[in-house]
Design a binder for this molecule. Structure first.
Ligand code: PRX
Length: 656
């Protein structure tokens, strides 16, 4: 089946019935940051459009060159110099805005703190001095494994102050995953906390780091934030407390100006192999892209209170909790915990408490709120909200309408924003004062972004058709490559179609040019907005002594978008059992992190393979979703399909 056919069969209904249109409310249009002219400006001379946005930043040495495109390697504003922490902090303080709140921090246990730009600058300077005192300098890489506490953006900004790059590792990852990432990027320091909070329980972050550091001899220094205060092991000479380190450090710190193309961060994301990709982002272009999209898509104003509920461990948090918002001098909320602690109304309590005006969250969360029921948002005054955003996976029209009606009271525009770790910034999205929205569509390209939908031959698909989403021109916040692996960068994104960036998503474009995303078309799953590679989970399963072979696919899931479904072949004469299935799930959790543990696990005596020995994932997906099967004549042994089908059905019944 071609990609067009797959997309057609998967999602055609949604398109056929979706006729609802929501033009922006006139009051919103009147005050919006982005007017229709921005499209004209960007379509005219797109390099000039981006250069004008870049000039809104503060440059210690202005750039004269805009784009150098040596396909597939881009350099933006390359002869300019700037410092990100200056743009995010000093600039606002100097402009007399130091008393503005940068973050309303809300800890999971209910501890609260409003951090102003003055205070944030002070903390960043002291910590940057402390990093320098530890010998960390420009060009070094620092790993950060912290909960969603103020020290996390402080640590990131302190790295930028001294020209070091950071690599943030999501707090849900296991020691093995930390080792892979830290070793690959050659980080020399690790910043963590004693514990984090999650649903009232503590998460042993330092202990995970201890286990990881046994296998990371190059990490010479581990800085530990005291979050819960429970005892942890501190290795003399290697481990130091954050609060002790910053004691006595000067309140100012000379910023290191860096080239626009200086490495800002590496962020690991899953691809189609077991090895995660270290996505590289640099300074000037990334900040231009993050800040411009943040200003236009979220329409932020001085009196807004903006809340992005993502975790900073993922790209959404990098671009839309830290860099975009701080660069724009935004007042935001930083929440440490989960939506259901202590009760299922925690988000709505936060919206009410801080009078949040702009809320940016994920479809999986929205669907969970739908399941919990309207009584929880109903307990709180949500009338401060004026704009809603969605990110991470396609949002189904039902969830979109619920979000609009129940959370937005029918008055707030919704911006469904499509982008990726690799793109660094929002790429396809409504502009809330311009675009007419449709439930389930990410609508139009952001000004200065040039996507297309193409077929297998790389030809533009006519309106109404589906195919691969590609980007035809470089954009400022685009990835600059994969850390240490230019070949993989070229192969993954630039080899399928000449002169086009391949995102890996399926997409349809309707007759009005609106984009409808259909999910991944490669071996990448999207579980609650987490990108997980099928092969990564397969390798984790196979690393268990009982497992001979495993195949993993994503299965549609009403709540999480996709759920992980594993087919496992055991070694020798072993037979599968319920306890072993539990053990294998837990094993994956330990190897990679709990969020990657398969929801479904089916034991089988054979896996469906083509005659050339390739596992037929499409078939497994069909089996796992209980769909009628397509052509199986290329299978080596078609009898196994019957076996797998009946096992998968049993599994599903058990779940229900
Ligand atoms: O499949 C798309 C989906 O998330 C993938 C990118 O994942 P990640 O790099 O982890 O970044 C997530 C946050 C930007 C994409 O390839 N995706 C993200 N946003 C949307 C989406 N799919 C449909 N609609 C979206 N709004």
């Amino acid at each position: 089946m071609s990609v067009e056919e797959q997309l057609h069969s998967r999602h055609i209904e949604a398109l056929q019935v979706e006729e609802r249109r929501f033009p922006p409310p006139p009051e919103f249009v009147a005050q919006a940051n982005a007017k229709p002219e921005v499209y004209e400006e960007a379509n005219g001379d797109y390099e000039a459009f981006w250069a004008a946005r870049a000039r809104e930043l503060e440059w210690s040495k202005p750039f004269t060159r805009v784009l150098e495109w040596n396909e597939p390697f881009a350099r933006w504003f390359a002869d300019g110099e700037l410092n990100i922490s200056v743009n995010c902090l000093d600039r606002h303080v100097r402009a007399g805005r130091g008393e503005r709140v940068a973050y309303y921090f809300e800890g999971e246990p209910g501890d609260r703190r409003a951090v102003t730009y003055n205070e944030l600058l002070l903390e960043v300077c002291r910590f940057a001095n402390a990093l320098r005192a530890q010998g960390i300098k420009r060009g070094d890489r620092v790993a950060i494994y912290l909960p969603m506490i103020v020290e996390l953006p402080v640590a990131m900004l302190a790295c930028t102050r001294i020209g070091a790059a950071h690599s943030v590792i999501f707090g849900g990852f296991s020691p093995d995953a930390i080792v892979d990432r830290v070793t690959d990027s050659g980080c020399i320091a690790l910043i963590t906390a004693d514990f984090g909070w999650r649903r009232g329980k503590t998460v042993p972050l330092k202990e995970n780091c201890d286990a990881a550091m046994e296998r990371m001899p190059d990490v010479k220094c581990c800085i530990v934030v005291k979050r819960t205060g429970d005892p942890v092991n501190m290795e003399p000479g290697r481990d130091v407390w954050w609060h002790e380190l910053i004691e006595g450090q000067p309140a100012t710190c000379e910023p290191e100006p860096v080239d626009a193309e200086n490495l800002l961060f590496i962020l690991y994301t899953s691809g189609t192999t077991a090895k995660p990709k270290g996505i590289k982002h640099t300074t000037g272009g990334y900040l231009t892209g993050a800040a411009t999209t943040h200003k236009y898509v979220f329409d932020v104003k001085d009196d807004d209170v903006y809340w992005c509920t993502a975790d900073i461990g993922w790209v959404t948090g990098h671009s839309y909790i830290v860099y975009g918002p701080l660069c724009n001098g935004t007042t935001g909320v930083l929440y440490e915990g989960t939506p259901d602690h202590p009760d299922k109304d925690r988000f709505w309590e936060i919206v009410e408490r801080y009078k949040v005006t702009i809320l940016y969250t994920a479809p999986t969360a929205i669907r969970t709120f739908m399941k919990w029921g309207t009584e929880y948002p109903g307990k709180h005054d949500l009338s401060s909200l004026r704009l809603l955003g969605s990110v991470g996976e396609p949002i189904n029209p039902e969830a979109w309408m619920w979000y609009r009606d129940v959370i937005g009271g029918g008055r707030c525009p919704i911006v469904d924003t499509w982008w990726q770790t690799e793109t660094g910034m929002i790429m396809i999205t409504p502009l809330p004062g311009v675009t007419t929205t449709l439930p389930g569509s990410a609508t139009q390209p952001f000004p200065g972004v040039f996507p297309d939908v193409v077929d297998e031959a790389g030809q533009t698909v006519p309106p109404g058709g589906g195919g691969y989403i590609v980007i035809r021109k470089p954009w400022p916040a685009m990835l600059r490559g994969i850390w240490g692996d230019d070949e993989r960068y070229k192969e993954t994104y630039w080899s399928k179609f000449p002169h086009m960036y391949l995102a890996g998503d399926g997409c349809r474009r309707d007759k009005d040019g609106n984009y409808w995303f259909m999910g991944r078309i490669d071996d990448v799953m999207n579980v609650s907005g987490h990108r997980i590679s099928t092969t990564e989970v397969e390798s984790a399963l196979v690393s268990h002594p009982a497992v001979a072979e495993a195949a993993v696919v994503g299965r549609s899931d009403a709540m999480t978008g996709q759920a992980i479904s594993a087919f496992v072949l055991l070694k020798g004469a072993q037979v599968g059992s319920e306890p072993l299935a539990l053990e294998l799930r837990a094993h994956v959790g330990v190897k990679l992190g709990k969020f990657t543990s398969p929801k479904y696990l089916t034991f089988t005596s054979e896996l469906p393979k083509t005659r050339s020995g390739k596992i037929m994932r499409r078939l497994l997906r069909d089996i796992s979703e209980g769909r009628t099967l397509g052509d199986t004549t290329t299978l080596a042994d078609s009898s196994i399909v019957a076996e797998l089908q009946s096992r998968a059905r049993e599994e599903a019944q058990k779940e229900e």
